[in-house]
Design a protein around this ligand. Structure first.
Ligand SMILES: Cc1cc2nc3c(=O)[nH]c(=O)nc-3n(C[C@H](O)[C@H](O)[C@H](O)COP(=O)(O)OP(=O)(O)OC[C@H]3O[C@@H](n4cnc5c(N)ncnc54)[C@H](O)[C@@H]3O)c2cc1C
Length: 402
């Protein structure tokens, strides 16, 4: 039996890669630092290519059952109301799934883990963290700390999928180039049906002081669970921003009725725009947040983690099962393709989306919102725009990089 691929991190990226390798018959070991899968509020909007990748991983039906289909999204102005509405149905010839699938990240990871458990060649160790690693040329030695103490695992390849503070990335001395935004984002979920105010299940509200991103999440019965994400300026401390009265007051600013709605969850987090200097050094590779982080406007972080996993899974599979002389080329190609689109698409678009929502200059603001309005009104322009915003163009572009 060959040394397994060891994946540090049992988040969506790490588990997606593990399933991809396991279903090719490759031995794979996932190390997850926490005792259980993460349950906190994070991403939850999947683009069409990601939904197609769920099929490749054997979890497409489970995800489509768990999530809700969102075929339309709106761009709004906080004062004027709807600026433009887009229909993902325009992409029907490009994807079998012309919609966004809304489903919380903490529902995807148990589905992936359950799928992984179907394979005898796969293992997941919880409460077990990667502490360091050494590339010995023909294998990697991963040092771990778990319930039975410290140990070493020999791996054919080590993949750092352990989030933005990646031990693998830091151990290799790879720069995490970019910046952190001064404001944090508050995400609050309201049991209140915003469709009665004309909102689509995904909507963005532009405002120079306080923009907002809205996502309806699956919820049994009642009005549905609507998540709102908006900025908290640096001068407001976390403790203040997390007071329920403060959260409700902010929500009421967007839709007055939200001020008295039931708010079951809320949290705050810092937002970064960073890309690792390389995604590969020898037998160690990076994927997902370990390799790149971005603001959530456009919902591209989690989707990118899955896209990385599928791309790397195919290439590692070929390298491990096939022609070993192709090793370097193929794994470097993964790094070039996925790092290329992380910079060209994900960083560029997520920064542009944020600038559009928060533009303060009234002339530029009007010009940009007029452009969005004109794009939505012209089917050819809307089609091109949707190809980019749905990440279909980024997956196609990655495949072109040689
Ligand atoms: C607080 C927060 C809120 C977010 N909210 C949004 C949002 O609203 N919208 C959006 O689009 N995106 C959001 N994101 C980003 C999105 O969640 C990520 O892009 C996505 O989780 C990336 O998946 P991943 O598998 O690469 O990493 P992660 O999901 O971070 O998974 C990494 C895993 O590695 C484990 N780990 C860490 N260190 C070690 C170690 N040394 N050894 C073993 N395991 C380790 C962690 O416990 C974790 O389970 C948010 C991220 C965070 C952190």
């Amino acid at each position: 039996m060959r040394d397994p691929v060891v994946i540090a991190g049992g988040g969506p990226g790490g588990l997606a890669l593990a399933v991809s390798l396991a279903q090719q018959g490759i031995g794979v070991t996932v190390l997850e630092r926490d005792k259980v899968l993460a349950r906190d509020l994070r991403a939850g909007s999947f683009h069409p290519p990601t939904i197609e990748m769920f099929d490749q991983l054997g979890v497409g039906d489970a995800m489509r059952t768990a999530g809700i289909r969102v075929p339309h999204w709106q761009m709004r102005d906080r004062v004027e109301g709807i600026v433009a509405e887009f229909d993902l149905g325009l992409l029907a010839k490009d994807t079998p799934y012309p919609y966004r699938l809304h489903c919380e990240q903490h529902k995807l990871t148990p589905i992936l883990l359950e799928r992984l458990e179907e394979f005898d060649n796969a293992r997941a160790h919880f409460a077990t963290r990667l502490t360091s690693a050494t590339d010995n040329g023909d294998h990697v030695m991963a040092r771990i700390s778990g319930p039975e103490g410290d140990a070493e695992i020999r791996a054919s390849y080590l993949v750092g999928a352990e989030g933005a503070r990646s031990i693998v990335r830091k151990g290799l001395g790879i720069e995490f180039e970019g910046f952190t935004w001064p404001e944090r984002y508050l995400v609050a979920s309201a049991l209140y049906d915003l469709s009665q105010h004309g909102f689509t299940e995904n909507a963005y509200i532009a405002d120079p002081d306080e923009w907002c991103a809205i996502f309806k999440m699956p919820h049994q019965g009642g009005p549905g669970l609507w998540r709102l994400a908006f900025p908290i300026p640096p001068e407001i401390p976390d403790e203040k921003a997390l007071e329920l009265s403060f959260v409700k007051q902010k929500l009421a600013g967007f839709v007055p009725a939200l001020g008295t709605a039931n708010i079951p969850y809320w949290s705050i987090y810092a937002v970064h725009q960073r890309v690792a200097g390389t995604f590969r050094v020898g037998r160690q590779l990076l994927l997902g947040d370990a390799a790149h982080v971005n603001n959530p406007l456009g919902a591209m972080g989690l989707n990118s983690a899955v896209h990385d996993a599928i791309n790397l899974g195919e290439k590692l599979g070929k390298v491990i099962l096939g022609n070993r002389s192709a090793d370097d080329d193929l794994l470097d190609l993964y790094a070039r393709q996925r790092r290329g689109v992380a910079i060209e698409f994900v960083q560029a678009m997520s920064i542009r989306n944020k600038r559009l929502l928060e533009e303060r200059d009234p002339v530029l603001r009007k010009q940009r919102l007029d452009e969005i309005r004109a794009t939505a009104a012209d089917p050819a322009k809307a089609y091109d725009y949707l190809l980019r915003t749905s990440m279909i163009a980024s997956v196609r572009r990655a495949a072109e990089i040689t």
